[in-house]
Design a protein around this ligand. Structure first.
Ligand code: CP3
Length: 339
């Protein structure tokens, strides 16, 4: 049995299995070399032979316990017909969708044909993984994806989408609904293509006021998971609500997640008591500690492993690894986690 699936099923292992968010990325020289061969980032995501190679690079180099399909959460707005591009060094740019009229111009259902390269990537990776490596698919949660669709880019406090939720709640709810439906269809196809489990990225949970978290984050995620499980009862999910703070303890019971992703800001003693008592946990080393490396990284790694040693735990960072990270520090981290 694959160690990560054992943990998602609630087992406590002697050492936690490990993978790293954004493990296929610019900190790896082989990724940077591959990246130069694509016209742009979306082209990279939609060329299976390249996406398969990017997915496998960190597995070959480090032997992580999970491979995560190389793609992006913004392929969903793209497959709904919104204009999406990635500006070199600036991040994503989208043509903002701001009202019912603009929403009406998008496709009413996600174009799964457009996403066929992602499913081909999944099938291609599947045949090339060691038997103990879990294959993870993913999607963005509706609130996080809607925030990009409305603002047209990343914004520090999500003012455009928060304001839109207040000013035009009917439009906002329709957009969330569209994304919920798209995510269900997309994830079902990912499972059919061969993923073992899926992670839902709610990267901007921290921007939502507490009274809106249920309606716009937890409820849509819960419905996505329930609708996928209606067709695939054994589908396992990791839900990462970055910035959920003291509301991390509601994630599992509000969404049905098998594991709750913890960001680097959470207190692990608190999380061991209040989150890990209900579900597996995943996380949560500060990515900057891996940039820093050395004994401080070792010490924090040991502390995190110790804090979560009495229950199911997948070791990971508290957010994606950053491009400035030395690959040698990742090697050192892996040795430390594996003991
Ligand atoms: O290795 C993996 O984790 C799998 C691939 C993956 C990518 N993006 C590749 C990527 C995954 C799971 C994502 C998720 C994603 N994408 C999220 C949620 C996770 C998080 O970080 O909070 C978000 C918010 C996005 C949107 C996105 N994509 C942004 C904001 C950016 C630009 C910022 C940056 O890091 O440059 C991207 C581009 C992107 N997605 C890159 C990678 C490897 C870098 C682009 C490049 O190589 O040119």
């Amino acid at each position: 049995m694959k160690p990560i699936l054992q943990v998602l099923d609630g087992q406590t292992l002697k050492r936690p299995p490990i993978w790293i968010m954004r493990q296929a990325g610019r900190y790896l020289p082989e990724y940077r070399a591959l990246r130069t061969k694509a016209k742009n980032f979306l082209d990279f995501c939609y060329r299976p032979e390249m996406a398969i190679e990017a997915t496998l690079q960190p597995i070959r180099r480090y032997g992580f316990d999970a491979a995560i399909i190389f793609s992006d959460i913004l392929v969903i707005p793209d497959a709904l017909g919104q204009k999406v591009s990635f500006q070199e060094g600036e991040g994503p740019r989208l043509e903002p969708v701001l009202d019912m009229e603009a929403l009406g111009r998008l496709k009413s259902e996600v174009d799964l044909e457009h996403l066929a390269p992602v499913f081909e990537t999944i099938r291609g990776v599947k045949g090339n993984l060691p038997p103990t490596t879990t294959l993870l698919g993913f999607c963005g949660a509706p609130w996080t994806v809607a925030s990009y669709m409305i603002a047209g880019k990343g914004t520090p406090e999500l003012a455009p989408s928060r304001l839109k939720a207040y000013a035009d709640p009917v439009f906002f709810a329709k957009l969330i609904q569209r994304l919920e439906d798209a995510s269900v269809a997309y994830l079902l196809r990912q499972f059919e293509a061969g993923i073992d489990a899926a992670q839902i990225f709610e990267s901007f949970a921290g921007a939502l006021p507490a009274n809106m978290l249920k309606t716009y984050s937890f409820d849509p995620i819960r419905r996505i998971i329930a609708r996928v499980r209606a067709k695939r009862p054994d589908a396992r999910f990791i839900v990462f609500c970055r910035g959920a703070g003291a509301r991390h303890d509601q994630v599992a019971k509000s969404t049905g997640a098998n594991a709750v992703g913890l960001d680097w800001a959470v207190d692990e003693q608190w999380a061991a008591t209040h989150v890990q008592s209900q579900s597996a946990v995943q996380g949560h080393l500060d990515p900057l500690l891996v940039v820093n490396g050395g004994e401080l990284m070792d010490r924090r790694t040991d502390e995190i492993i110790e804090a979560f040693s009495h229950g199911p735990h997948i070791f990971n960072l508290g957010h994606g690894i950053v491009p400035e990270t030395s690959p040698d520090h990742v090697e050192r981290l892996l040795k430390r986690v594996r003991g």
